[in-house]
Design a protein around this ligand. Structure first.
Ligand code: ADP
Ligand code: ASP
Ligand code: MG
Length: 464
């Protein structure tokens, strides 16, 4: 029998890949709620978990160059406490735990400590990624046991076997073809009688070193695995009851959206709505897999469906905010009527693997923005970049800015959008405006300290 025939026979009829974020697996109570979500819907056959809340932030600190051995020990102790609280609650709630998961966690913490020591002797981005991977390694082992404790046949699966990436540590790129082949060979046969529990966020390069996909990357891992398995649905379980008109932490007037198109939700993710990692919807759109976003605390409240076609296409759907933006302005009188200047600027940026977000140009100057992802360990615009640009032109670099994006439909063709948006922003200094490249957004930069105010004002004007 060929592999394909085995796959066809083994695959469940309706397959959902479910992803649980950090707060959803923060402690034993939270994990139990997730286990019950899996138990109550038998289409949930693959579970992708993040690290328990707070663990990856601590690992990021541990991976940095300037951590003393005292601080190292303290961080590892705090992580041990988070993990062992869960395993101890699990042990006391369940009569029979098949594996000694606590022992496995202690072994992993020993390995983590060895990596941390190696990192302080000789710092490398390769070891940073190895360190960052421990949160997911631990939460996935524990969650498989929590599933067992509620009577679901949870099976721990090491994602490194399938999630092959390049060696761009910190933001590794996944080999989608290998992922598909590996998933079908290694995962599909297991789905017949097991619920797979695997790690988001981490992968493995050709040299078998651990890699990571970027902060918040578990959403993206889950979407890639859903695509590789040809799943019928991807469920992202988090701490809010779906996607809101804006981040509910900014204004309590934000309200949940029932249904949103791939295109609009992808813009939201790209422009900073933390609810989804920016790349999450790429595989879902490519393979037309509907995505559900809901709260693992209140699954009964439903959530947001993201799909190809939706019944309504409002002009204004949501407002996204992305903090920590860097604005680089390059200025050169030689640019006037000259050709090839921008190409030279972009060659420098490409050499340093910097991707430009927004761009506006005037007669002799060009303004460019760059995202500075929270938690990234790399300085974005380095001295080397500035020096190379200075060979071409005058350069100024500004930090402390936020990008606000108004997202909706036919924004570029609707009369009065500009007036409605900018009339609402009385008292806010707007630094740079971009509109026209996408039908789904209008975005602009503001000073960081005015960002929340700008979003609140806009939200009341456009949504209330
Ligand atoms: P997880 O750990 O489950 O991945 P995240 O913290 O990464 O969760 O994402 C959920 C958070 O995203 C919410 O608590 C909320 O504050 C934030 N968020 C930002 N924009 C939105 C939005 N438009 N709708 C809902 N949540 C949003
Ligand atoms: N644990 C990783 C992070 O905190 C990945 C994720 O949660 O999606 O960034
Ligand atoms: Mg997240």
């Amino acid at each position: 029998m060929s592999i394909n025939q085995v796959i066809t026979q083994a695959a469940p009829k309706f397959l959902t890949v479910a992803k649980f974020g950090g707060t959803s697996v923060a402690d034993h109570q939270a994990m139990l709620r997730c286990a019950n979500i899996i138990k109550n819907d038998s289409s949930n056959r693959v579970v992708v978990v993040s690290a328990s809340a707070g663990v990856t932030n601590r690992l990021v600190r541990l991976s940095q160059a300037n951590v003393s051995s005292v601080e190292q020990k303290q961080i590892i102790d705090e992580i041990r406490q988070i993990e062992l609280n869960i395993t101890q609650d699990l042990a006391s709630s369940s009569e029979e735990i098949l594996n000694n998961v606590e022992q496995e966690i202690l072994v992993l913490l020993e390995q983590l400590s060895t990596y941390a020591q190696a990192q302080s002797l000789n710092h490398s981005s390769r070891i940073s990624d190895a360190i960052l991977s421990f949160g997911e390694q631990m939460s996935s082992r524990i969650f498989a046991q929590v599933l067992q404790s509620v009577g679901v046949n949870g099976h721990y699966f090491n994602v490194s076997q399938i999630m092959k990436t390049n060696s761009l540590y910190g933001k590794a790129e996944v080999d989608v073809e290998q992922l598909t082949n590996n998933s079908q060979q290694l995962l599909t046969p297991l789905l017949k009688d097991k619920v797979i529990v695997t790690q988001g966020f981490i992968g493995q390069d050709d040299a078998q070193h651990t890699t990571t996909l970027g902060r918040g990357g578990s959403d993206y891992s889950a979407a890639l695995i859903a695509e590789a398995l040809n799943a019928d649905n991807l469920s992202i379980w988090t701490d809010v009851v779906g996607i809101f008109t804006t981040d509910p932490r900014i204004t309590d007037q934000a309200r949940a959206i029932k249904e949103i198109s791939f295109g609009e939700a992808a813009e939201m993710a790209t422009f900073g709505a933390k609810i989804l990692h920016p790349a999450t919807l790429i595989p879902a759109m490519r393979s037309n897999i509907p995505v559900f976003v809901g709260s693992s605390k209140e699954p009964e409240k439903g959530g947001t469906r993201i799909q190809q076609s939706v019944s309504s296409k409002p002009t204004y759907r949501s407002i996204a905010l992305r903090r920590e933006q860097t604005l680089v302005t390059v200025k050169s009188p030689a640019m006037l009527h000259a050709s090839g200047f921008l190409a030279k600027v972009f060659t420098v940026l490409a050499k340093h693997q910097l991707s430009v977000d927004l761009i506006t140009t005037s007669e002799i100057s060009v303004a460019l923005t760059f995202d500075n992802p929270t938690g990234s360990t790399q300085a974005l615009i380095t001295h080397a970049v500035v020096e190379e640009l200075e060979d071409l032109c005058e350069v100024s670099v500004e930090h402390g800015l936020s990008l606000v994006a108004v997202i909706g439909n036919s924004i570029h063709k609707t009369n009065g959008v500009g007036t409605s948006v900018f009339d609402a922003l009385v008292g806010v200094n707007v630094r740079m405006i971009c509109q026209g490249a996408s039908e789904h957004n209008l975005c602009f930069l503001v000073d960081e300290h005015q960002a929340n105010d700008a979003v609140e004002k806009l939200h009341s004007a456009l949504f209330v």
